[in-house]
Design a protein around this ligand. Structure first.
Ligand code: FES
Length: 241
């Protein structure tokens, strides 16, 4: 590659393209960097910090950090695995996530990350916040108990659907996703087929009346861990132990 940018990730030399972030260059090279608020084709928000790496020794969000010539990136280290595990742990106790009852189980990126990181029990006390469910729309619903405030629905609505149907209101522990109309989901023009709905990584934004049409056991992350598709060899086998 003529204008390639050489960098090192976990001791492996890779080549990226100008304008790429660490996450994108790593992905092209078959290196998975865990992520939650990042989604392909959306402007990166850099908010969840699950993708934290050390770039030239400094902690950076891989989804927003541009690559540079000779950059040395640490990704799969015990320090970073612990940091990411703690952040995922906190997301679980900060909301109300009951995977065994959730329609998104098996397709949920938060749940899949927990499995990948070996999280089987809560490390921190549950906050059990009182959060609202809005089922006022004929096709979809928002369950704020499962919202991790990644903002993917909001960015997808604006950048892919050409709407601005979702945004944040409140601050700190009171922060929550809200609809642009202010009158609830039923007062918006969001449709079940909109990118905003499919952008949700958890079971917060769900389409009604299709629950469990794909049986548990046959869902995306039931057969392989999250990130395995990036780490797969050409023959489809995963390099991950
Ligand atoms: S995926 Fe990079 S900060 Fe969320």
């Amino acid at each position: 590659m003529k204008d390639g940018i050489q960098l090192i990730i976990d001791g492996q030399e890779i080549e990226g393209r100008p304008g790429q972030t660490v996450l994108e260059a790593a992905e092209d090279a078959g290196v998975y960097i865990p992520r939650l608020c990042w989604m392909k084709d959306l402007t990166p928000a850099g908010s969840c910090r699950v993708c934290t790496v050390r770039a030239n020794g400094r902690p950076q969000a891989a989804c927003t950090q541009p690559i540079s010539q000779g950059m040395v990136v640490e990704n799969d280290t015990e320090e970073l695995r612990t940091l990411r595990r703690n952040m995922i742990d906190m997301l679980f106790v900060e909301g109300n996530h009951f995977c065994m009852f959730c329609e998104k189980s098996g397709n949920c990126e938060l749940q899949a990350l927990a499995y990948r990181f070996g999280i089987t029990a809560p490390k921190y006390p549950f906050a059990f916040p009182a959060r609202e469910l809005d089922a006022s729309h004929p096709e979809i619903l928002i369950d704020r108990n499962r919202c991790i405030l990644c903002g993917r629905c909001s960015r997808a609505s604006e950048e892919l659907d050409g709407n601005k149907m979702f945004g944040f209101v409140g601050r700190g522990a009171e922060k929550q996703i809200a609809t642009g109309s202010g009158n609830g989901l039923g007062d918006t023009c969001v449709g079940a087929g909109d990118a905003a709905v499919s952008a949700c990584p958890t079971g917060s934004l769900l389409i009604k009346r299709i629950g469990f049409s794909v049986p548990v056991g046959q869902r995306k992350f039931d057969s392989q861990p999250i990130g395995a598709d990036i780490e797969s060899d050409d023959d489809g086998t995963s390099e991950r132990a």
